[in-house]
Design a protein around this ligand. Structure first.
Ligand code: CA
Length: 326
């Protein structure tokens, strides 16, 4: 394959050309976006199938960075991208409509020559093998209507209550959709803790690297951190450390005009910190990250501050969310 770049109607295109015939075998269109054009005359982009496309003025290269399983799936004739497709926004992704492709990646690592039509028997054989392995490793059932199901979860389990109380341990790995619906809504988070003067760990967190909120203690300092798409981190921090003993920590999120918020932090009824959120996340924080109490499972919401799971080191009696009426 030869990779070439050119600009058409304001969009940059990369094309993969057959070395012998010049035929266009692959085409990627990129908007004129500085996040893609992050080097001089260069590109670094993640393609839909997870491969990297990178290069400069003189050479562009497609690099398969998939793991063994993914490559195996491709070899075995399943569309490896369909899982990620299914998780994307939108409706159904009917598995029955999937078109299976077949490549011999030993001879054709760039996957330019689809052998499915030529070797239907091999394709069926590998599909069968895939099914057998899938059963063996409990991959089934697969769902091709994930978005609908996700929406349904909220409809079924989403409560109308405005108060949520959690008693750790145990309140972990709760789906974001069934966590307190605090997004862009005035609310209070209260926590009862008993500390020994050396306290670290998460009181409650929802989300991960991509976005979310977390209320945690580090070196006895209580902090509320808000991760806006890993672009902006806002921290509201206590001016005084937690002293040994029993305390009630209160975080008040007061929604303001234009999807912003005022946030105040108090310990035992005394205000110890305040700040403002200029940007709030309106969509889901993450498709895979949970809501947790006493810990931040999965990716850390405030990755520059602590590494997950960052479990609460002292006694966390309960955490309560009170939401304003909608
Ligand atoms: Ca997390």
């Amino acid at each position: 394959m030869i990779y070439a770049a050119h600009k058409v109607s304001g969009d940059y295109q990369f094309v993969g050309l057959d070395f012998h015939t010049g035929e266009v075998k692959a085409r990627w269109i990129f908007p004129d976006d500085s996040r893609v054009w992050n080097t001089v005359y260069g590109v670094l982009a993640i393609l839909e199938d997870g491969d990297l496309l990178l290069g400069g003025a003189f050479a562009i290269k497609r690099v398969n960075v998939g793991d063994g399983n993914k490559t195996k799936q491709k070899l075995e004739g399943r569309d490896a991208a369909r899982q990620s497709d299914a998780l994307g926004p939108g409706g159904d992704f009917d598995f029955d409509q999937d078109v299976c492709e077949l490549y011999n990646i030993n001879e054709d690592p760039a996957e330019t020559n689809d052998l499915a039509a030529k070797n239907p028997q091999k394709l069926e054989e590998l599909k069968k093998k895939w099914d057998e392995e899938a059963v063996k490793y409990n991959v089934y059932p697969l769902y091709d209507d994930v978005a609908k199901r996700a929406a349904n979860v909220t409809a079924i389990f989403g409560t109308k209550s405005n108060t949520f109380t959690y008693y750790p341990p145990g309140a972990e790995f709760i789906a974001e959709a069934t966590s307190p619906p605090v997004k862009n809504r005035s609310h209070t988070i209260m926590a009862s803790v008993e500390t020994d003067g050396r306290t670290d760990g998460v009181i409650t967190a929802c989300g991960g690297y991509f976005s979310g909120y977390t209320l945690y203690v580090k070196n006895n300092i209580v902090t509320y951190a808000y991760n806006y798409y890993d672009e902006k981190y806002t921290r509201i921090q206590s001016s005084a450390p937690l002293k040994p003993g029993k305390h009630e920590i209160t975080l008040v999120y007061d929604k303001q005009e234009g999807d912003t918020a005022k946030v105040t932090l108090s310990i035992d009824g005394k205000q110890v910190g305040e700040g403002a959120l200029d940007n709030v996340v309106l969509s889901k924080y993450s498709i895979s990250e949970p809501f947790d109490v006493g810990v931040d499972n999965g990716g850390s919401v405030a990755r520059t501050e602590y590494a997950s799971p960052f479990s609460f080191s002292d006694k966390l009696d309960w955490v309560r969310f009170d939401l304003s009426p909608e």
